[in-house]
Write a protein that binds this ligand. Structure first.
Ligand SMILES: [Zn+2]
Length: 316
C-alpha cells in the first residue's frame, strides 16, 4: 500500500526538503476508485439558458417580474407600481366593459403627401410599422364603448406606432370621434401618449392641433364632458392641443408630460430645473392637472367622474 507524504508547506510547517514531491502520485488502484476521483464540473457549471420573453426587469426597482404576472397586472410593477408602456388594444380592453367597444375608422391609413425622404422614406416607415403592428394602421384607435353605465366616445393613442406621433390620420380620427360624441350626446375620453406632431407630414400634422381643438369647442357648447388622460410620455404638439384642454385632466403616476424637452427648456431659460420637472407629480403640485390615477383604478375612477359630470349635465 502506498504511503501518502503530506507536504509540510501546505499545512504551515517549514519545508524540510523543497524537492520532495507535494503528493505521492496515486497508484492505478486508487485512480480507479470512483470516490477518490474528482468529479468533473465542466458540464454542470455551464449557465442554464433562460428563455427570452418570460421575465421583465423593472427599471425603477430592478425587480424581475414574470411576464404573465405583469400582463395580469395591466403592465404595472407589482412591487413598486412602476407603469410600463401599454398598447392601445390592451388599454381599451382594461377600460371598457367586455365586448362593448365598437371601433371607428379602423381602415384609415396615412399617405405620404409630401413625398418625404430622409434616412428612410415616410412611405417605407409606414409600411414597416403597419407590418410590425398588424392590428394597428396608425397611432390612435377610436370608437364607442361602455365604461360603467356610460356610453363613451373613446380614443386611445399608441406610442409603439411611430412614437405616437400625430399626423393627418390621428387628427382626423380624433376629430371624427369628437364629432360623434357631440352628435350622440355622449362624453369623450382621450388617452394620450405622443412624442408630438408627425414631422413627416409637415404643416399637415400641425394643422391637426387647430382641427381637434375646433371640434372640442363644439363639444363644449353641447355641455358634454371631455376627460383627457395623459400617459407616459405626452409631449409637444399633442400636449399643446387637445391633451391639455380637458374639462378634467388626469395622468398616470410618473408620466413625463411637457411641451419642449428638458434639455431645451434648460438651455433656453439658463436655469437648473428640479429633478421631478415635467412629471405628472410635478404638474399636479403646480395645478396643471387634476389627479394622478393608477392604471389599476383608472376604469372605476373614470366611471365615478362620469356619474358626477353627466348627472350635473342632466340637472342643468
Ligand atoms: Zn418595480
Amino acid at each position: 500500500m502506498a504511503t501518502k507524504v503530506i507536504r509540510k508547506k501546505a499545512i504551515g510547517v517549514d519545508p524540510v526538503d523543497p524537492v520532495e514531491p507535494a503528493v505521492t502520485p496515486p497508484t492505478h488502484d486508487a485512480a480507479d476508485t470512483a470516490f477518490l476521483t474528482k468529479p468533473k464540473l465542466t458540464s454542470k457549471s455551464k449557465k442554464r439558458d433562460i428563455p427570452e420573453g418570460l421575465w421583465t426587469k423593472c427599471p425603477k426597482c430592478d425587480g424581475l417580474i414574470y411576464d404573465k404576472d405583469l400582463d395580469s397586472n395591466l403592465k404595472v410593477c407589482p412591487k413598486c407600481s412602476y407603469h410600463f408602456k401599454i398598447g392601445s388594444r390592451e388599454r381599451i380592453h382594461s377600460m371598457v366593459e367586455t365586448c362593448s367597444f365598437e371601433e371607428m375608422d379602423a381602415a384609415m391609413e396615412s399617405v405620404d403627401v409630401l413625398k418625404f425622404t430622409g434616412a428612410a422614406s415616410y412611405e417605407a416607415k409606414l409600411a414597416a410599422y403597419r407590418k410590425k403592428m398588424s392590428m394597428l394602421k396608425d397611432a390612435v384607435v377610436t370608437g364607442v364603448g361602455m365604461i360603467g353605465t356610460h356610453r363613451v366616445a373613446l380614443g386611445v393613442m399608441d406610442f409603439q406606432f411611430l412614437g405616437g406621433s400625430m399626423g393627418s390620420v390621428v387628427g382626423e380620427k380624433l376629430t371624427r370621434l369628437i364629432e360623434t360624441a357631440t352628435d350622440r350626446g355622449i362624453p369623450l375620453i382621450i388617452v394620450s401618449t405622443s412624442g408630438g406632431a408627425r414631422m413627416y407630414e409637415g404643416m399637415f400634422s400641425l394643422m391637426q392641433m387647430a382641427k381637434t381643438c375646433g371640434a372640442l369647442a363644439y363639444l363644449a357648447k353641447q355641455r358634454l364632458p371631455y376627460i383627457s388622460v395623459l400617459t407616459d410620455p405626452t409631449t409637444a404638439g399633442v400636449m399643446a392641443s387637445y391633451a391639455s384642454v380637458g374639462d378634467l385632466i388626469v395622468a398616470e403616476p410618473g408620466a413625463t408630460i411637457g411641451f419642449a424637452g428638458r434639455r431645451v427648456v434648460e438651455a433656453t431659460t439658463q436655469s437648473e430645473l428640479p429633478p421631478d420637472f415635467q412629471t405628472a407629480e410635478f404638474l399636479l403640485k403646480h395645478g396643471m392637472i387634476d389627479a394622478i390615477i393608477s392604471r389599476l383604478e383608472m376604469k372605476s375612477r373614470l366611471s365615478t367622474y362620469l356619474d358626477f359630470m353627466m348627472a350635473a349635465r342632466r340637472v342643468a
